[in-house]
Design a protein around this ligand. Structure first.
Ligand SMILES: Nc1ncnc2c1ncn2[C@@H]1O[C@H](COP(=O)(O)OP(=O)(O)OP(=O)(O)O)[C@@H](O)[C@H]1O
Ligand SMILES: [Mg+2]
Length: 295
């Protein structure tokens, strides 16, 4: 199946991240390739420790990779001065964390929380307020403007967090398990909201999630394993809308990903089934690549 491609928004090439803890090195990303088009919504899934947050933190400009290339919106993140990185974080990317408390200032009202990121721009006060009101309307919270976070439910706090993340109209929204602390119904509403941001503002959205049904809710899901992208699930029918409710009628296509060096990760279940360890024969048969256990 072919997909009509749009301009690339995120481009990661052979990305490595190595954390040094005392004498130990932890390889969090190992040669990760990943592309996201402008205006696309992509979910990232993967086991704990597979590198999801590490990738998001790099894309948000909070961390730098140890090797490889990463560009967002045509800007090479590795060539920015600290001042440029600061500007990038303010204007090019919004971030929503899992912990609702991490997204909001506890002593500020909802409208002040949403207005705060705009203080760093030269937008006049009146316009800041108008834009904050518009964003609160977009997330369905215009009736909670004067409330402080403690008076809001977890779902409402995440709605505010999305409004804050969108305050400076960033073209990219990153969310690290934004629904992890919410019940299913509220989580569905929050996912719907990412869809609204995508549709109404054209925002590219990247969401890390553990939701087992996510493939039925967004157009593309990428699985990260051991710091590399391994498989990808797409809908058979190209689809742009995001829905918090699983549309299980949809037919899905699952692919293994082939990186720039020709590497693939064969799903562990397949290797176990065929008892392939360490070495296998690769052949082309009838236009297909086959792997056969050695011996
Ligand atoms: N600041 C750090 N210092 C040292 N090691 C780190 C640091 N941050 C992450 N790691 C390690 O890097 C690897 C990837 O971590 P990461 O937080 O990206 O995983 P994750 O996929 O987000 O997991 P989870 O689902 O638990 O949030 C893990 O082995 C983790 O222990
Ligand atoms: Mg994480």
């Amino acid at each position: 199946m072919t997909y009509v491609s749009k301009p690339v928004h995120i481009l990661c090439q052979d990305l490595f991240k190595i954390y040094k803890v005392a004498d130990l090195e932890v390889v969090a990303l190992r040669g990760l390739d990943f592309n996201v088009d402008q205006g696309e919504v992509v979910a990232i899934v993967g086991a704990s420790g597979s590198g999801k947050s590490t990738l998001l933190n790099i894309l948000a400009g909070y961390d730098t990779p140890s090797a490889g290339g990463v560009s967002v919106g045509g800007t090479d993140l590795l060539r920015m001065t600290s001042k440029e990185i600061e500007h990038y974080r303010q204007s090019q990317v919004g971030f929503v964390w899992q912990q609702t408390s991490r997204n909001l200032f506890p002593y500020l009202s909802t409208i002040d929380n949403v207005s705060l990121p705009m203080m760093l721009t030269n937008l006049p006060a009146e316009e800041r307020r108008t834009r904050a009101t518009d964003l609160l309307r977009l997330v369905g919270l215009e009736h909670r403007m004067a409330h402080t976070p403690e008076k809001l439910s977890g779902g409402e706090q995440q709605r505010v967090a999305i409004a804050i993340a969108l305050a400076n109209h960033p073209p990219l929204l990153l969310a690290d398990e934004p629904t992890g602390e919410l019940d299913d119904a509220t989580a569905a509403e929050i996912l719907d909201l990412f869809g609204v941001a995508n549709q109404e503002l054209g925002t590219t959205v990247l969401i890390v999630t553990h939701d087992p049904d996510i493939a039925y809710k967004v157009g593309r899901v990428v699985m990260i394993r051991d710091g590399k992208m391994s498989t990808e699930i797409r809908r058979k029918i190209t689809f742009t809308r995001v829905s918090g409710h699983a549309d299980s009628e949809q037919e899905l296509d699952e692919y293994v990903l082939v990186d720039g060096s020709g590497r693939v990760q064969i799903p562990r279940e397949l290797l176990d089934q065929l008892k392939i360890t360490g070495r296998a024969r690769a052949q082309i048969e009838n236009g297909k690549v086959t792997l056969t256990p050695d011996g």
